[in-house]
Design a protein around this ligand. Structure first.
Ligand code: TMO
Length: 324
């Protein structure tokens, strides 16, 4: 009786061992892990940081340029392996749609809070160009100070590229009843936002641009405008109409997502990807290496990895010991 129990235990233990050894120590596929390259600095630098982590683990990596909102369907379909910067306020719809359709899985969140909103460099307040900011109602009386040659006499908001989140900001102006005084222009690239900040500073004029946090501007004196509170459904894409689109942006998460096959084809790389969680400081550093220090994205990724081994190495080390 006793020995049969023992034998059974040994067999069961043996099966568990064999099973776990078989499934967990399986080598990662040599097929490239496809990482998206979008069009803002922290995203591109982080792509190279994560790609460098995978390469340090022996994986192959391919960088795939893609338009922001199209990336989620591409992960779902397997044309991309992952997304590593999913900003809640402007990307959750596409992210959850790909999840609902099937094929994109949640791979965890970074350790920070995100915000994407219109704002201004602090000299706008210092120079008295729009008294009452950051309260949005101040915008009713200062638009003339923000007119530009392309704005038809109205004050100008310089938005990011339209591919980032469509007509949220033009609809914002309409929803607030400010569209007779202000107009939105879309930047061709993120770099045009920083060029506008530099130019406005040199020319001693005010400017209102789209910006986000974490970003390198967290450390340069930039303030977000306070709009009426966000509520679920206020934006057009969530069922709102032009009477509700005056709502501001919500604070949110920064998530990761992956194709559902990634954990099976690359178990170790997936483990590292699901564990990694950057902080606001890390994301700000990645952006600053390019937008302030003028490094290439690739060099910035390599430098960040070299400077921060203590941060990322623990994520690449398997929980199973040295041979993993
Ligand atoms: C998606 N972005 C961080 C540029 O707002």
């Amino acid at each position: 009786m006793f020995s049969i129990k023992k034998a059974t235990c040994a067999i069961v233990a043996g099966i568990i061992l064999a099973f776990s050894a078989g499934s967990i120590s399986a080598a990662d596929s040599s097929a490239p892990i496809k990482i998206p390259i979008k069009n803002w600095s922290s995203q591109i630098v982080m792509a190279h940081v994560i790609g460098g982590m995978f390469e340090s683990m022996g994986s192959n990596v391919e960088y795939v340029p893609i338009e922001n909102q199209a990336a989620f369907e591409a992960v779902r379909a397997g044309d991309l392996t992952l997304v590593h910067e999913v900003w809640q306020s402007t990307m959750q719809n596409a992210y959850y749609k790909a999840m609902e359709t099937g094929g994109l899985i949640d791979a965890g969140s970074h350790s920070l809070t995100t915000f994407e909103e219109m704002g201004f460099p602090n000299w706008v307040l210092d120079k008295g160009l729009c008294p009452g900011l950051p309260n949005w109602e101040a915008l009713k009386d200062c638009s003339a100070n923000f007119a530009t040659p392309d704005s038809g006499g109205k004050g100008r908001w310089l938005e990011g590229p339209q591919s980032w989140h469509g007509d949220v900001m033009p609809n914002r102006l309409t929803g607030l009843g400010l569209d007779d005084k202000w107009t939105v222009k879309f930047a061709g690239a993120a770099s045009a936002l920083w060029a506008e900040l530099d130019a406005a500073k040199k020319e001693g004029r005010g400017t209102i641009i789209f910006n986000w946090s974490p970003n390198f501007t967290d450390a340069t004196g930039f303030t977000f405008i306070q709009f009426p509170p966000y509520f679920d459904g206020c934006r057009m894409a969530d069922g709102g109409d032009l009477s509700s689109t005056g709502c501001g942006s919500p604070k949110g998460w920064l998530k990761k997502g992956a194709n559902y096959k990634f954990p099976k084809t690359h178990p170790k790389a997936y483990m590292a990807f699901s564990k990694l969680a950057f902080t606001a400081t890390h994301v700000g550093q990645m952006a600053a290496l390019v937008d302030m220090d003028k490094m290439t994205h690739e060099d910035a990724g390599a430098k960040w990895l070299a400077d921060n081994e203590k941060v990322w190495k623990p994520w690449t080390e398997s929980m199973l010991g040295a041979d993993n």
